[in-house]
Design a binder for this molecule. Structure first.
Ligand code: HEC
Length: 154
């Protein structure tokens, strides 16, 4: 076979083959006793912000974009969601003890303030995830309030 023909056949065949490899997408079922709302007082305003900017990577309610179906891009997207969920999962909040919740609340305010969350590539791909100063103030005020409340509980 000529070199050019090998490429013409080989590249699409390779791309087709890799579609069957890599991590699997998942949206595990949510136990109603486990999400963050069952443990913290999440206001509707904060909940709307998390929905808009965080839940695709930090919950089981991920809305998968079309490119999450196309390897090798899908591998990056799926790995990122799995990593995000493993660090903080709004759909499985019972895994955290009080110390951990306090730490996550501190980090949440910190990371939205510095613009590290949502992650930059995510912000480029999702205009709606942008948080303005007011959004950040609302998230931080909520996080501080919940921390204070938790620290008062014996
Ligand atoms: C594109 C996916 C994605 C989005 C969207 C996203 N995160 Fe993350 N987040 C991650 C990943 C991945 C990590 C793991 C940290 C790292 O980069 O090592 C993380 C880590 C964190 C952590 C650190 C948890 C720890 O264990 O210290 C917090 C807190 C956090 N994110 C909050 C948020 C908040 C709040 C939002 C929305 C405003 C958000 N994230 C949006 C992917 C995301």
């Amino acid at each position: 076979m000529k070199a050019r023909n090998r490429i013409v056949i080989g590249v699409p065949a390779f791309l087709l083959l890799i579609q069957f490899l890599g991590p699997e997408k998942s949206n595990p079922p949510i136990d109603p006793l486990r999400p963050v709302e069952a443990h913290l007082k999440v206001t509707s305003q904060v909940s709307a912000l998390f929905e808009r900017a965080c839940q695709n990577c930090h919950s089981h309610k991920t809305e998968w974009p079309w490119y999450s179906n196309v390897a090798p891009v899908s591998w990056i997207v799926i790995d990122n969601v799995n990593l995000g969920r493993s660090h903080m999962n709004f759909s499985d909040w019972t895994t955290y003890d009080r110390e951990e919740v306090i730490r996550l609340l501190t980090e949440t305010c910190e990371l939205v303030k510095t613009g590290e969350m949502p992650t930059r590539p995510y912000q480029w791909m999702h205009d709606e995830s942008h948080l303005d100063e007011e959004d950040i103030r609302v998230i931080c005020e909520w996080a501080e309030g919940e921390k204070t409340r938790l620290m008062e509980v014996e």
